[in-house]
Design a binder for this molecule. Sequence first.
Ligand code: BGC
Length: 970
Amino acid sequence: MPRNLDPSKEGLLRSHYDEAARQSFEDDGHDSELDLDATEFLDRASPPSAEPKSFFGPRDSPVQRWSALRRATGRRRCCLVLLTCMLGLWLLIGIGGGVVYKVFQKEPPYGQSPPWYPAPKGGIARTWAASYEKAAKMVERMTLAEKVNVTTGTGWQMGLAVGTNAPAVYVGFPQLQLQDGPLGIRFADNITAFPAGITVGATWNRKLMYARGKAHANEAHRKGINVLLGPCVGPLGRMPAGGRNWEGFGADPYLQGIAGAETVKGIQSEGVMATIKHFVANEQEHFRQPWEWGLPHAVSSNMDDRTLHELYAWPFGDAVKAGVASVMCSYNQVNNSYSCGNSKLLNGILKDELGFQGFVMSDWLAQRSGVSTALAGLDMTMPGDGLDWAKGKSLWGPELSRAVLNGSVPLERLNDMVTRIVAAWYQLGQDDEIKFPRKPPNFSSWTNDRLGFLAHGSPSTQDLVEVNKFLDVQSNHSSIARQVAAEGTVLLKNDNLLPISPRGLGDANLKRRRDVVERATGKRHTGKFKVGVFGEDAGPGSGPNHCKDRGCNQGTLGSGWGSGAVEFPYLVTPIETLRSRFDKSEVELHEYLSNKLPMAGSDQAALNDLELCIVFANADSGEGFTKWNDVSGDRPNLNLQKGGDDLILDVASKCGSGHGQVVVVIHAVGPVLVEKWIELPNVNAVLLANLPGEESGNALADVLFGDINPSGHLPYTIGKSLKDYGKGGQVLYRPKGAIPQQDFTEGLYIDYRYFDKHSIEPRFDFGFGLSYTTFEVKNAQVTPLKSKSPLPASRPTPAAKPPTYSDQIPPASEVLFPAGLRALERYVYPYLKSVDAIVTGPYPYPDGYETKQPLSGAGGDEGGNPDLWETYVSVAVDVENVGPRAGSAVPQLYLVYPAREGVDFPVRVLRGFDKIYLRPGESRTVDFNITRRDLSYWDVQKQNWVMVTEGEYQFQVGQSSRDLTAVGIW
Ligand code: BGC
């Protein structure tokens, strides 16, 4: 058995469709669960700060009313009343929602997402031409049922992975196995729990980004996975409290783009398909999908075209350029059209403008309609179920077969969908049966037992087979995990305290320190050096896998929660490492692994003698299907959780009676406020270790003891208050309407761009990070390589032609339920029971469907117009290590646009970074290649990337977004 696994994985999955379960509890006769579900529903339907909505009267909360009603009427009657009310409410909201929205809701500022048809066909890029050729030969031999199989998931828990489509058996296309997620292989044993994306972003190390992706995919491959559901570059991090920001790499499109692309390259170098997600603007968890929050519709992220291009879609462009095989469209709506059915996003931006050649897959249940999603550019629906979890009622499957037969989904669209999927499979070399045996994964996502069912989600009788082989695929990946965690640790403050030594402080420091304390207190410490370690976050708690999907904050924090989390094979806690790293003959270690200090007794007395106190605190968040305390996916604020601030204050005042030195260590999903204690004179050092994964303690010790010189830099801004991030930085916690509208009126101004524009002093600026040495960045040299011109070269003629197929609608018999097939209940098949009722005729296509959109000047190849990726200017700077130790510097280049009338530009935007290792006294020249895309802004009139040809571009290079010491102009 794998170590530390939650004994019931089945339980892990329930929460994923709790809302669906709630909707159907009456049908299922789950009377005994009613009180729990009902109160949970009311609770979830009202976000934390919302006034309770009561049908009974103005004063009592729904929960109080519910208890009163239950006492008065008896349990069963009461259940019926509540049930009727809930159904009534749902109906009211469901039916009335649209009307209410039209009547009462203000028109969103950016209008409705415009139509973009027809869906561009894959197969135009030279880089994919050979794979499309092979794919065409396979697809032309498929029956209609086989084609539908390839596009449609078989249903929730109908395979061993979290997503499986069905094979096209007769032509040799296998079932694909899709598995989460960005941090490791979800629900699997004997795998590596890597540091989270946010930690990777904090390394600013391209090589490590690649290495982590590669190691992750190597494990996925050996576990039998074809498609990894990562990396994640959306959420981008518009709101610092956003629940899933930690899965991505930081609150800047350039950083996300580079980290995403390197991860994609790393993953795909192992032959595994990467999935860049979530496209697009899934910036918060509240209301991210229908019903999960009690509302019939998901939140709409409303934004202007320029913001979409320059911020939210930007990193997806890098991933497409890197050759990503798959893009996952998100749950939310964008400008009031669901992302997975938004033709402007999928057909227009992704497939035409960015020239995406792979396939678009829906997030799990993010597909909200059948025909129109196919027309809008969706290629694969996951997990295959339709609007509800685990019912087997797909919006595609048999319905797609019917839609093709009756002509509402053009056959050529279906052919393109399938060709894109098959081409991606060839592109990654997965047709090689030796490398990719056509077998299910060697682990099951749904049980820890060796034996289980292949279609766990089906109630039909099945044979028990071996589903878990417990294959250890970790290799030496822990060393990559450790290096990422160490390099992703940001030193925020250091008053000559760190690094410490295994003997406490170095001899000279120790003597100096004891002299200082003696002068202040009249008392001299003698004997062993006394160290205290404080906080639940330093210790194991109840084990790293105590809560399903890591959906609670206990023990040391190694990851956030949700589908991006994994079962930790182990987690090296900070306390474990500190125990073994301190030299016991010289150091006396006192452990206080709770967030409350002892009030009395010897432990309390020992506090007064401590010379060094290391205090741990944290902040957690995760995916919206799980709630922990007041953290409903998104955090309610940026405070340290579980009393972390008070603990730090307490430790600072009591450590050595206020004369001890304090190191604060923070594990966090994103920015946390540090104002209450950061300036205390004895808080001498602060380390932000982000989310370190399984090697937490080891990586921390590497930095604390100076085996590794810290080189992490902030992938976001740490403000002095949540308000500092502006209106756009606030999560929408209350729906304020049937369809929550989230207007991104701040446009381009998120994170440091907002702080810079409004001259707000952050506590720690974006890109900031200290080292145990000192670097200088100087002498910017600008070398123009191409001359400025407003628009990119004209869109190139495609290097290849998409395959063509017969447009004859196949015989309906191809999708008739095969006689004798023992169908599994709830499993999604492509078959129809009867084809008699298929009638062809006019179809109410979406508005704009008949108008062919002009191709974008920004497109023409994989990643868009190739000219956008050309280097136009290069900037060189000298970086010198002028301090006493070897270490890695992170020079960062920020671009300042020339002024242009009528166009507003951010003060500066990140457009380059590097990480270089320098010995003391060593100096190196670092080159930044600046592309046309880097130099351009998105012109909404011209619908293209435009370079500013008048005035001068300025390149500011330094060690953070506010420490820019070398400037060049072009
Ligand atoms: C998440 C995705 C994930 C999918 C499959 C969804 O709830 O949003 O990121 O890949 O589930 O687990």
